[in-house]
Design a protein around this ligand. Structure first.
Ligand SMILES: NC(=O)c1ccc[n+]([C@@H]2O[C@H](COP(=O)([O-])OP(=O)(O)OC[C@H]3O[C@@H](n4cnc5c(N)ncnc54)[C@H](O)[C@@H]3O)[C@@H](O)[C@H]2O)c1
Ligand SMILES: C[N+](C)(C)CCCC=O
Length: 494
């Protein structure tokens, strides 16, 4: 597959173990190849009837799946992980074509995805309750049980990885899942659905419905849906929480951020610059946990800024399927315009563009209608500027000087978000002191945006609640049943 040649002709819904056209629908959507601006797929948004059919299919599979032992579920997840690993390059290629991220990054995303399945396969066999001795030989025990049919709703920036992060723990715990990807990136999750079936999952265990807000609402409101796990923006997260509250459904919310990255003057400069690049420019800056507020201690401000600008200017932008490309196009034209709008506003508010921030037109004529821009570093930033306060979700780094540890902590925490934070310093005590004060669900010391699946990921404050990855996520996809056993006679109060 090469840029400009891929189109999808198969159905994009998945139900009962196969691709299907939706039974009903409301409106048609087009999915694009951001590198060229070409339409690669046209599909119908699933209506209430199709959502119900997907739920019924998942319910039927759940009846079989919940009876399987953890080890049996583990084997199927391991087989799915093996297939993903084997088909890594093909899946990454589809991801790159539909999302625009470089193939280099997409391959890493797919690696994190199969690792996630392997990790939860490892935990599936060891899920257990506890036994508690009570007086007189009586006893109690707890059983960790699945919730039922879980819904996953995803954002467009990590389509395959988000579906894996949600489905792996859900299935490991014995649930079935219906996944709705973003209408911008409907394609790659179908490969995951087919892989689960190939690995031996019962038909209906992992279904896919396509659509936007209306389809998502049908899912959240369905009476047979037990849980909703959502990744997306804060405004949509609020709606999902509201809808789910009607059915007292537990929700996991992985929302946006405006994370701080704090660079102290005693840092290893080369690593700090690399860290700032990792914190801002992966996936064209369209990353929820990006450290976009880069606080730099004043003594090293000039040296750091000079180096970070030099490295940013070296980023190779272009055809995302080429091995040496490190930045592809943004997701779509309206989003590109929105990001450029933030930069215009930043200039008006007094920020200085130190590099990039304008459109990029690649030399290759087939890329002329793609959504490219040059990654941007903004200097002369102040805490009250829009570019420093709001999530831009594009390749825009704001550099802010600071003097003292106490001051930077106050400023770093002065946000309604709390997804991630980072600190670069050689002083181990300072690193832990600072981390202890940061109001963020994920804190990085001397690195940024790495994501080992063994570690929980999720936010504080308006960045959401619940976690993905790590052992703790088992608790978000299961419930505890307590069984109290009397070994003597009933001592009645009456
Ligand atoms: N914390 C995380 O792990 C994480 C990861 C990736 C992206 N994000 C966040 O996602 C945002 C970007 O993604 P986006 O633009 O796709 O977000 P979005 O909120 O617009 O959409 C996310 C998903 O919700 C669906 N949706 C929209 N309205 C809905 C409704 N009323 N009911 C049910 N579903 C609805 C969309 O179709 C899509 O599938 C950013 O804010 C980013 O920070 C967070
Ligand atoms: C893999 N990363 C870079 C940690 C991103 C996680 C998902 C956020 O958008």
């Amino acid at each position: 597959m090469s840029t400009g040649s891929f189109t999808v002709s198969q159905a994009l819904n998945y139900r009962g173990g196969k691709r299907v056209q939706p039974a009903d629908g409301s409106g048609t959507e087009e999915a694009y190849e951001p590198a060229t601006g070409r339409v690669i797929a046209t599909f119908q948004c699933s209506g209430e009837k199709e959502v119900d059919l997907a739920v019924q299919s998942a319910k039927a599979a759940f009846k079989i799946w919940r009876k399987k032992s953890g080890m049996e579920r583990s084997r199927i997840l391991l087989e799915a992980a093996r297939i993903i690993r084997e088909r890594r390059d093909e899946i990454a290629t589809v991801e790159t074509i539909n999302n625009g991220k470089s193939i280099f990054e997409a391959q890493l995303d797919i690696d994190i995805s199969w690792q996630c399945l392997e990790y939860y396969a490892g935990l599936a066999g060891s899920m257990a309750g506890e036994h508690v001795q009570l007086p007189g030989g009586s006893f109690g025990y707890t059983i960790r049980e699945p919730l039922g049919v879980c819904v996953g709703i995803g954002a467009w920036n990590y389509p395959f990885q988000i579906a894996s992060w949600k489905s792996a723990p859900a299935l490991a715990c014995g649930n079935a899942m219906i996944f709705k990807p973003s209408p911008f990136t409907p394609v790659s999750v179908l490969l995951l659905a087919e892989i689960y079936t190939e690995a031996g999952a019962p038909p209906g265990l992992f279904n896919v419905v396509q659509g936007g807000a209306a389809t998502g609402q049908f899912l959240c409101q369905h009476r047979d849906v037990a849980k909703v796990s959502f990744t997306g923006s804060v405004p949509t997260g609020k709606k999902i929480m509201e809808l789910s509250s009607q059915g007292i459904k537990p929700v996991t919310l992985e929302l946006g951020g405006k994370s701080p990255l704090i660079i102290f003057s005693d840092c290893d400069m080369e690593n700090a610059v690399k860290g700032a690049m990792m914190a801002n420019f992966l996936t064209q800056g369209e990353v929820c946990c990006n450290g976009t507020r880069v606080f730099v201690q004043r003594e090293i401000l000039d040296k750091f800024t000079e180096e970070v600008v030099k490295q940013t200017q070296k980023i190779k932008i272009g055809d995302p399927l080429l091995e040496d490309t490190r930045m592809g196009p943004l997701i779509n034209r309206p989003h590109l315009q929105r990001v450029l709008g933030f930069i215009e506003q930043a200039k008006k508010q007094g920020a200085k563009v130190l590099c990039g921030g304008d459109l990029y037109v690649p030399g290759d004529p087939k890329l002329k209608d793609g959504y490219y821009m040059k990654p941007c570093v903004l200097g002369n930033c102040k805490d009250d500027m829009t570019c420093v306060k709001e999530e831009i979700f594009g390749p825009v780094m704001s550099v802010l000087p600071f003097d003292t540890e106490a001051e930077v902590l106050e400023r770093a925490n002065d946000t309604t978000f709390g997804l991630a934070a980072g600190v670069f310093t050689r002083d181990i005590q300072r690193a832990h002191r600072v981390v202890a004060e940061l109001q963020a669900g994920v804190c990085y010391v001397n690195n940024y945006n790495v994501s080992p699946v063994e570690l929980p990921f999720g936010g504080y404050k308006m960045s959401g609640f619940g976690r993905e990855n790590g052992r703790v996520t088992i608790e978000y996809y299961s419930q505890l049943k307590t069984v109290c056993v009397e070994m003597g006679d009933v001592e009645s109060v009456f």
